[in-house]
Write a protein of this length. Structure first.
Length: 208
């Protein structure tokens, strides 16, 4: 999914730059969940102190800087190659220990500098990125609020110094992607068209 989003973003850059051969360095900030949870848990299991002795409450996440692949050359003439290249870059960052070190850094900042200093550090980190991508595993079973079933669910991150952000959430086996963008900076209709084109290209296996 992240690779397809990268592809759609590159298609938008290609259409708006006016020069198909131009290259622009772009970095995505991927928010990774670092909670020590291996599987879904029931409400009773989540509130059980003994079963959650090693799991901390609150936001537990790490931030990965991922370079968005360029959409040039024979290597990316096939959209599948582009998406798998993006997947390889993300996996390499995860296996490099960056997630663990970033999580520890946030924990140390919260402990010794306080939550406000930690928030300022995260704010500066987001400011130096082109876009933000975050995901969350949602419930497998249907939820209801005041006996009204929820047909869908998504979340967004607000107050971030970013021009573009994606949030991905699963609910009852279905995936929903929400997009937030800076008004007046990105053409929403054109960007939506590029994202849809990226999905169609992956389904049809067309060339860029």
């Amino acid at each position: 999914m992240t690779g397809i989003i990268f592809l759609g973003a590159r298609l938008y850059m290609k259409e708006t730059s006016g020069d198909p051969s131009s290259k622009s360095n772009s970095t995505a900030l991927v928010a990774m969940n670092t909670r020590n949870v291996s599987s879904y848990k029931t409400v009773e299991e989540m509130i059980n102190v003994k079963s959650n002795a090693d799991t901390k409450w609150g936001n537990q996440f790490a931030l990965l800087h991922v370079a968005i692949p360029d959409l040039h050359g024979a290597e990316y003439s096939d959209p599948t190659s582009f998406v798998f290249k993006a997947k390889e870059i993300i996996r390499r960052n995860i296996n490099s220990g960056t997630v663990y070190l970033t999580g520890k850094l946030h924990e140390t900042l919260r402990k010794y500098r306080g939550p406000e200093a930690t928030a300022r550090y995260i704010h500066r980190t987001m400011k130096n990125s082109s876009m933000l991508i975050s995901n969350m595993k949602g419930p497998l079973e249907e939820l209801a609020l005041a006996n009204h079933p929820c047909s869908g669910m998504y979340f967004i991150i607000v107050g971030c110094p970013l021009s573009l952000g994606f949030t991905i959430m699963s609910y009852m086996g279905k995936l929903r992607v929400a997009v937030i963008m800076e008004k007046g900076f990105i053409d929403p209709d054109k960007f939506k068209s590029c994202i849809q084109k990226a999905f169609e290209m992956m389904l049809q296996g067309e060339s860029v």
